[in-house]
Design a protein around this ligand. Sequence first.
Ligand code: ATP
Ligand code: MG
Length: 722
Amino acid sequence: DGGKRPDYLAGLNPEQTEAVETLEGPVLVLAGAGTGKTRVLTTRIAHILNTGRAFPSQILAVTFTNKAAREMKERIALLVGGAVEGMPWLGTFHSIGVKLLRRHAELVGLSSDFTILDTDDVVRLIKQLIQAEGLDDKRWPAKQFAGMIDTWKNKGLGPADIPEGDARAFANGRGRDLYFAYQARLSTLNACDFGDLLMHPIAIFRKNPDLLKEYHGRFRYILVDEYQDTNTAQYMWLRLLAQRPKGEPQNVCCVGDDDQSIYGWRGAEVDNILRFEKDFPGAKVIKLERNYRSTAHILGAAAHLITHNEGRLGKTLFTDRSDPDDVKVQVHASWDSEEEARAIGEEIEQLQRQKHLLNDMAILVRASFQMREFEDRFVTLGLNYRVIGGPRFYERLEIRDAMAYFRLVAQPADDLAFERIINTPKRGLGDTTVRALHDYARARDIPMLAAAADIIETDELKPKARKALFDVIQSFRRWQELLENTPHTELAEQILEESGYTDMWKNDKSAEAPGRLENLKELIRSMESFESMRGFLEHVSLVMDAETNENLDAVSIMTLHSAKGLEFDTVFLPGWEEGLFPHQRSLDESGRAGLEEERRLAYVGITRAKHRCHIWFVSNRRIHGLWQSTLPSRFLDELPETHVEVAEMEQSYGGYGRGGYGQSRFDKAEPFANSYSTPGWKRAQANKSDATRDNWGTRSGHAVERIGYGESGPKGRTIDGE
Ligand code: ATP
Ligand code: MG
C-alpha cells in the first residue's frame, strides 16, 4: 500500500468509495436506481482481486440473470486488466446452486449427473402422481399443484414443513402426501426441479456442518446484486453461507433498492432488507444518492411517481446531469396497438437517421403478448430487433422434442424424456405399449429405457411393437456409445436424422413445419459454443435469457421485469393503460400491495432511460382476442407536470382516414381523465387543435362510451370493471 490509488477507484464518489473499500464485515448498500450499486459491486470485486485479498475462486457473487453475470465478469476483467481466470462462483442463485449440488448430490440421494426438470416436465410428472393416487386431475389440476410446490420451495418449505392449512388446500388434504410422493419420484428419476437447486444445498449445509465450514473457509467474500428481489429460500441459503461463528469474518455485501422490488409475485421478500440488519448486527449501511444514469427530467418523473407508494424505506435521489437540451418525458397516445407500433417504429427510424444506434434503444412491455405487434412491424420495416427473455426458443415444441432425445442419450434414467419421444415420430408404440413399459419399470424400480431393453426379451408385447422398440433401443445404444468420442453437434444431427425426427417435419405439410426445421438447425448451431452435450443440456435447463446475436445493431424488446439493472439511451414504454399497466391481475390478486408492485415496475421502466423516455397509451386494445376500450394508466396522472410533456406529432398516417396524431386521442381520453384528476397539461394539449378534433367526428365526442374497434371487433369488455 501507500502507492497510487488504482484507476478504477478514481471516478467513484465518496459513498461509493466507502462501499468498495469497506471489505471487512457486513455491508448493505441501499440506494435508488442508477446510483452505481452494480458498479460498486463490480469495483469491489476488482479491488479484492487487485489487492490480493482473495483468489477469484474465493469470491461468491450473485447476480439476478445469467446475462448480468456475464457482463459483470467482462467488466471485472477490464478493471483488473484482463487477468481474471474465471470466477467459478459468479452467477445466479440457480447456477451457483446447480454447481454446489453437482458436487454433493449424493448427500441428498442424487447422483451428480442428475437432470434438471423444467416446468413442463414437472407438470407432467405431477399429473401422473395425481392420477396414480386415483384423484381426478381435472378437479385437481397438476399445474395448480406445481404452482403450490413452487411457492413452498420459494419459502424454503419441504414436504415436512408445510403449514397444516396449506396441506389441506389441495386434493382434500392430500397436498402434503403428494408433495412427499413428488420428491420421492424426483429422487427415483435422479432429477430435481428449479426450487431444489436451492432447497437441496440448504439441506446439505444444514445436515453437514463440517462441509458448511469448508465453504465458509472458501468464500472469503460474498456479494449479492438486486438483493431486494431475493426470496426466503435464497435468503436462507445466503445466511447459511454468510453468517459465521463469532470471531470469524463475515464479509458479505448486498446491494439493492426497495423501490425496485418487482418479483413479489414470485416469492421475493423485500423484508429481507430489514432482516439483513437484524441477522448481521453492526452491518454498515451505505446510501448512494447521486444518480449517474438519467437526465433530471427522467429522474424527476420516476422519483415523483414512486412517492405514491406507501410502503417505502424512503430515499433521496439527485442528479447534476441536466442540460438545456434535455427533453422531458414524452407521453404519446395512439388509437390502437398497431398504430402504437407504427408510431414507435417511426420514432426509432428518426433516431436512426440522427445516427443513434439501435443498440441504445429498448421497448419495455408489461406483458409479453405486446411484443408481437412490434416484431411484426419491425419485420415490415426491416428494423433489427432482439427479443430478450420472451417466449423462449428452448420452449418451442420441436426444440423440446429434440432436447428430449439428447437428454435420454446423456441421461438414460430420464423417463420423462423417454415418454416424450418414444412414439415421436410415430412408431406404433402407442399408449398400450407405454403403459406396459411403465408398469414393468415401476415394478422393478428401473428406468423406462432399461425396462424397454428387458421387455423385448419377453413376450409381453406384440411382435410389431417389440420390433419397433428393438430398433429404438439399438439406436439409443449406438448414440450412447458415440457420446464420449463424437463431436456433440455431429452426434445431435445424427440423432435427429436417424430417429426420423427431422423427416417427420420434412413430411409435415403444415405451415409451421419449415419454421420448425429452421429452429432445429438453429438448435444445432447453438450447441457449437459448448464443449459437450452435457454442458449444453445443463445450459439449456438454466437459461433465462434468450439467445441474442450481440454483434448486431438491434432494438431490444423485453418485458419490464427482465429490464431490471439495464440501461438504454432511449426507452419506449408502450401500453400504459388501466388493466394492462397496472395489470388487472395484480390488482385483483394483491390489491394495494399489487398496485404498489406495479408502480415499482413503472419506476424500473422509466429509470432504465438515460436520455429519452417515451411513454405510450392506446385507446383501444385487443386483449385475448377481444377489443376493449381502455383508460390511460393512473400512473400517467401521477407523473409530475414539470418533467413530462404530451408529444405532438406532425405526421399523419395516410389510409387511416384520421388526421393529426396525438391531440384527438387525448380528446378521446379527456372525459376519463377527470376521474383521475388529470393534471391540466393533458387537457390543454388536447384542446390545441380543433381541426384535428373534428376529424374524429362523433367518435371522439363520447369517449365514455365503450366502443369496440370499428365494426369488426365485439364490443369491448371493459377491463376496469365499470
Ligand atoms: P439499478 O438500480 O438500475 O440496477 P445501479 O444502482 O446498479 O442501478 P449502475 O448500473 O451501477 O447503477 O450505474 C448506473 C450508471 O451510472 C452506469 O452507466 C454506471 O457506469 C454509471 N456510474 C455509476 N457510478 C458512477 C460514477 N462514480 N461516475 C460515473 N458514472 C457512474
Ligand atoms: Mg444495478
